[in-house]
Design a protein around this ligand. Structure first.
Ligand SMILES: *Cc1c(COP(=O)(O)O)cnc(C)c1O
Length: 381
């Protein structure tokens, strides 16, 4: 089976992890801040807070931006459930903004309409989470301008997009957002096993997220509500969690990050080759935008709804590990129970009826890619 994605582990990664295992600290040592500095520098962010998953990063980002039970958060229906669940952890309500079918990303003109209606109903969201599907940045200039007009905060779910750029700047520089989040799950661009990071230009948000990742505890006397009892003293000043990344994970991530540019270049080369080879077939290839370079976490094609299931099953039967990213979040039973139903977000549902993620990962060979294309051609005949 050719998988749809696969991590790439080299000797450097193994050595970096082994060094930590022989060192004094398995967690809360020097590797995490070292990794945080490297990732912040790579994406032009002033601060990075590494945590045990992107899901945790989304959660503490929402808490740091003050999301609470009376609030509303909007995201895209075409994403992994984590982009919406972070609001539910805070007791907030979720709603969705339908996608632009050309890219699968949140559609700025639908966002504009929905914000206008929400403003007149006095029910604006506190936070919106655009998701850079497959590694292609959303139109952040448009989304950022709308968010500023209506006083809404923005978290970029950039789980697919480390190494991508938009308008010349790297995704993660937060030019039009408060916080951006990356995932380091093994299927993503670089991995720490499990792990994620929240990046921001705002020092206060960063130190707040760092506190939330570790129980809401501070050792900073300035932040304490009464004087320290002694040098052993720390104070819990709010409720936080244990969302820490280990030094073992951070060392792996740091070694992987050194190859980020190679990974993104290889993914783009394979995507370009897919584009050329699939050119004559009755399918639509991934949307591109002139202003941005995708990280190509995924290569998603669309095939007419009539043939979709047969092609998907046929590819699986020929040993091609295709997948479908994603089942629209509002159609998950948990979200249906909150009141969503079929027909709520028609573009997302049409997308779901047609999308297939073809295999794409750095160690994929051209021979493997030919196998995928041949199988697809056979099924579309
Ligand atoms: C993978 C992913 C997440 C969650 O990442 P974890 O690190 O597994 O918690 C969130 N959002 C999107 C869009 C993802 O693809």
């Amino acid at each position: 089976m050719i998988p749809y994605g696969r991590q790439d582990i080299r000797q450097d990664d193994i050595d970096a992890v082994a060094d930590v295992l022989r060192s004094d600290f398995l967690t809360q040592g020097p590797a995490v801040p070292h990794f945080e500095s490297a990732i912040a520098a790579r994406v032009d962010a002033a601060h990075a807070v590494a945590v045990n998953s992107a899901t945790s990063a989304l959660h503490i980002a929402c808490v740091a931006l003050g999301l609470g039970p009376d609030d509303l958060l909007w995201t895209s229906p075409v994403t992994f459930v984590a982009s919406a669940n972070c609001a539910r952890y805070c007791g907030a309500q979720v709603d969705f903004v339908d996608i632009d079918p050309a890219t699968g990303n949140m559609c700025p003109s639908r966002l504009e309409e929905k914000l206008e209606q929400a403003a007149s109903a006095d029910r604006l969201p506190k936070i919106i989470i655009p998701v850079h599907l497959a590694g292609l940045s959303c139109d952040m200039a448009a989304i950022g301008a709308l968010a500023a007009r209506y006083g809404v905060r923005v978290i970029e779910d950039a789980s697919h997009a480390v190494g991508a750029s938009c308008g010349g700047g790297p995704v993660g520089s937060c030019e039009y957002s408060d916080i951006a989040v990356f995932s380091f799950h093994p299927v993503k661009i670089v991995t720490t096993g499990e792990g994620g990071v929240a990046v921001t230009q705002d020092a206060e948000l960063a130190s707040h997220m760092a506190r939330l990742r570790s129980h809401g505890i501070t050792r900073d006397p300035e932040l304490m509500t009464h004087a320290p009892d002694g040098p052993w003293y720390y104070q819990q000043i709010e409720l936080g969690w244990n969302y820490r990344m280990t030094d073992i994970q951070a060392a792996l991530g740091h070694a992987q990050l050194a190859r980020l540019e190679d990974y993104v270049a290889r993914r783009n080369a394979l995507a370009d080759r897919y584009d050329r080879m699939l050119g004559g077939m009755p399918i639509s290839r991934p949307g591109r935008t002139t202003a941005s370079r995708s990280a190509f976490h995924l290569y998603i094609v669309r095939i007419s709804a009539e043939r979709h299931r047969a092609v998907f099953e046929g590819l699986r039967a020929s040993g091609i590990g295709v997948n479908l990213h994603y089942i629209p979040v509002h159609l998950q039973p948990y979200y249906r129970d909150l009141g969503f139903s079929d027909g709520d977000f028609p573009e997302a549902e049409r997308y779901y009826a047609e999308a297939i993620s073809l295999p794409l990962f750095p160690a994929m060979t051209e021979a493997m890619q030919d196998e995928v294309v041949d199988a697809l051609a056979g099924l579309l005949n």
